[in-house]
Design a protein around this ligand. Structure first.
Ligand code: 13P
Length: 339
């Protein structure tokens, strides 16, 4: 097996998943505002150190996605973050897209930027210890959208990104996020997700991406956030797995879902339902959660060193619950015992 295929397999190893801690400076500022903490470089560093050092984190976390600033930062004792993670058996990864901008002539739609000089940036990230990369595309559901223009532009960028990463020695996580914003029913989400994933795998093929050396990070098929009828986890699992079977080649190393604004226990339950109801799929199904892993820890921390231990316990708990979900063994009763 190639080195990249080995890394990709390790990212989705049984009972383990990915912690997304790659919030851009703007996004982390928003999260810190919610807990009344100023977004200084030192506060961002301290918060990331909290996230990367709970005892036993590596039991359930296979990799952590870092941001450009974070991959260059160090723990209080001077250990570079990538090294701190590697020592715990956790693969360091890096977000390489530079965010979204408005798609011309397509009101309400976005395209992801960051292909310029990407090969050079990937080479630097490899020297800093990165083993994999992430690029997020955003698809919005609304009246008359998504457009073919938006689906094609985003699939093209993901294909180019993935090929550039593999050539530079990084495993690409390809992330086409179909947003949960809106009042659309789950059927519409299923249709748009199917369209998006079909276009994505066509683009990866055209760009000669090696599927065994890649990981898919999709959104789950769920009801729009403002839809009056909210589908339960059994239906979410059935529809999500159906779409994945239709669109994702069996050669892909694994699938690690984003949480996308779902409640943290909901994201855990949905993942567990898929693994419980559909054993024996061609790919492991696991998590690559940002908010659904971090939220309780962030709230407990509040920027105070005195709260670090409590915040770390909460993160370790969510990591353990999601590790169980990745094996279809999550039981909501376990949440009560922890509380
Ligand atoms: P969420 O799980 O909060 O959606 O974040 C995952 C991620 O990496 C988004 O790009």
């Amino acid at each position: 097996m190639s080195e990249l295929a080995t890394v990709a397999k390790a990212m989705v190893a049984r009972g383990r998943g990915i912690l997304a801690a790659d919030e851009s400076t703007g996004t982390i500022e928003k999260r810190f505002k919610g807990i009344n903490v100023e977004s200084t470089e030192e506060n961002r560093r301290a918060y990331r150190e909290l996230l990367f050092t709970p005892k036993g984190l590596g039991d359930h976390i296979s990799g952590v996605i870092l941001y450009d600033e974070t991959i260059r930062q160090k723990s209080a004792d001077g250990t570079p973050f990538p090294e701190l993670l590697a020592r715990q058996g956790i693969l360091p990864g890096i977000k390489v897209d530079s965010g979204t901008s408005d798609l011309p002539f397509c009101p309400g739609e976005k395209a992801t930027e960051g292909l310029d000089k990407l090969a050079r940036r990937c080479q630097e990230y490899v020297t800093l210890g990165a083993k994999f990369a992430k690029w997020r595309a955003v698809i919005t559901i609304g009246k008359d959208i998504p457009t073919t223009t938006c689906i094609a532009a985003n699939a093209h960028a993901l294909g180019r990104y993935a090929a550039i990463c593999q050539a530079a020695g990084l495993v690409p996580i390809v992330e086409p996020e179909v947003l949960m914003d809106g009042d659309h029913p789950i059927e519409r989400c299923e249709e748009v997700t199917e369209w998006t994933l079909n276009a994505l795998y066509q683009a990866l093929y055209v760009n000669r991406v090696v599927l065994e050396e890649s990981v898919l990070k999709p959104s789950m098929v769920i009801s729009g956030k403002d839809c009056a009828v909210q589908a339960r986890s059994k239906e979410v699992a059935e529809r999500t797995v159906r779409v994945l079977r239709h669109c994702v080649p069996a050669a892909v190393a694994g699938i690690a879902f984003l949480s996308g604004g779902q409640g943290d226990e909901q994201a855990t339950e949905n993942l567990s339902a898929m693994n419980r109801m559909f054993p024996g799929l061609p790919w492991p199904l696991t998590f690559s959660y940002g908010r659904a892993l971090q939220q309780p820890a962030l709230k407990a921390w509040k920027g105070a060193a005195a709260n670090v231990a409590q915040a770390q316990a909460l993160l370790a708990h969510r990591a353990r619950m999601n590790g169980l979900a990745a094996m279809g063994q999550y039981n909501p009763e376990l949440e009560k015992k922890a509380a």
